[in-house]
Design a protein around this ligand. Structure first.
Ligand SMILES: Nc1ncnc2c1ncn2[C@@H]1O[C@H](COP(=O)(O)OP(=O)(O)OP(=O)(O)O)[C@@H](O)[C@H]1O
Length: 309
């Protein structure tokens, strides 16, 4: 369990994290989302005791990270900056970590198997691909068999097979009852991996909700209606917030009414309906809508044109 209570971090005049309060619960994968510069890495560094909050507090399993006598058993982390001795083999890298923290040698073999690095465990880490490096990072995070895992952008640069592997692993670890907190700026990836989301923008909390609810909240109510009597139906669908657009002959897009309400009007007036489909915003669209005001560096249309030409 991770608990942030009004945690803030200031660098000079810059407020990187602004009074964030949230709880990350065990048993589900929680996605930590926000556009670039939102404050995700800073928050994760504070969780891991690498940065001190300017105000507020953040605890892991009830205590600040640094107050745990054996922190590797409490929380394992995969952070963006990798500190790996490239001349060492994967096995020796993990063994050094294990021995310096009182973890038995057999646990090294266990985590190597768990992340599928068995065949390359004796090879120098310097020659590892990005995907193998990520697996090694995950192995290190799992060494202490921690109840809580924190991963900063674990799928960055991975191929589809690597992404699938991380996704399956994280869901499995959560299913064992662990707390799994994973940052990403990729909504589509989080939709497949996480059940719960904490979304931040410019250091502030934007949403703390299930993935399902997140989409629902951000989706405008739009329904696609196909009918041979589109003109007649269009005239009947009225109301203060109702908008009707003709997409093609016999095809309308209606906002401000749900499918049931449109269906009732059509039934009352004996208008045949051939299609009545709620149009759901994709998670990516929902994310853009919610974080639009929170983008630190907005791309102006002029800049977009310049980069396209
Ligand atoms: N050591 C620092 N000194 C000054 N400003 C910093 C420092 N670390 C982060 N910041 C600023 O704080 C803000 C939040 O940065 P942070 O790296 O936490 O965001 P992020 O959400 O992880 O972004 P990204 O996805 O780009 O990694 C940014 O504006 C960043 O420039």
């Amino acid at each position: 369990m991770i608990e942030a209570r009004a945690v803030s971090k200031r660098y000079g005049d810059k407020v990187a994290v602004d009074a964030l309060t949230f709880t990350v619960k065990p048993g589900v994968v929680t996605g930590f989302l926000g556009p670039n510069g939102a404050g995700k890495s800073t928050t994760i560094r504070m969780i891991m005791g690498l940065d001190a909050p300017t105000s507020g507090s953040v605890t892991v399993n009830g205590k600040p990270y640094r107050k745990h006598p054996a922190p590797l058993h409490e929380v394992g982390a995969l952070l963006e900056a990798k500190a790996v001795h490239t001349g060492r083999s994967a096995y020796n890298h993990l063994l050094a970590l294990a021995l310096s923290t009182g973890i038995p040698r057999r646990r090294v073999d266990e985590v190597i198997d768990l992340v599928g690095l068995h065949e390359v465990a004796r090879k120098r880490v310097g020659g590892f691909s990005l995907g193998m490096g990520q697996r090694l990072g995950v192995a290190a995070a799992l060494l202490g068999d921690p109840a809580t895992l924190v991963l900063d952008e674990p799928v960055n640069g991975l191929d589809p097979q690597g992404i699938l592997w991380i996704r399956t692993l994280l869901r499995g670890l959560a299913a064992e009852g662990r707390t799994v907190f994973v940052s990403s700026h990729l909504m589509s990836e989080m939709a497949l991996t996480a059940e719960h989301l904490i979304v931040i923008g410019k250091g502030k909390l934007i949403a703390d909700t299930s993935v399902e609810e997140f989409i629902r909240r951000a989706s405008s109510r739009v329904v696609r209606v196909r009918t041979p009597e589109a003109t007649r139906l269009r005239d009947l669908l009225t109301g203060p917030d109702v908008g009707v657009t003709s997409l093609a002959a016999g095809l309308l897009e209606v906002s401000g009414l749900d499918g049931a309400e449109i269906g009732r009007v059509a039934c009352r007036e004996a208008i045949p309906l051939e299609e009545l489909t709620p149009v759901q915003a994709s998670l990516e669209e929902a994310f853009m809508e919610l974080t639009d005001d929170a983008l630190e560096y907005r791309v102006t249309p002029a800049a977009q044109e310049r980069s396209a030409s």
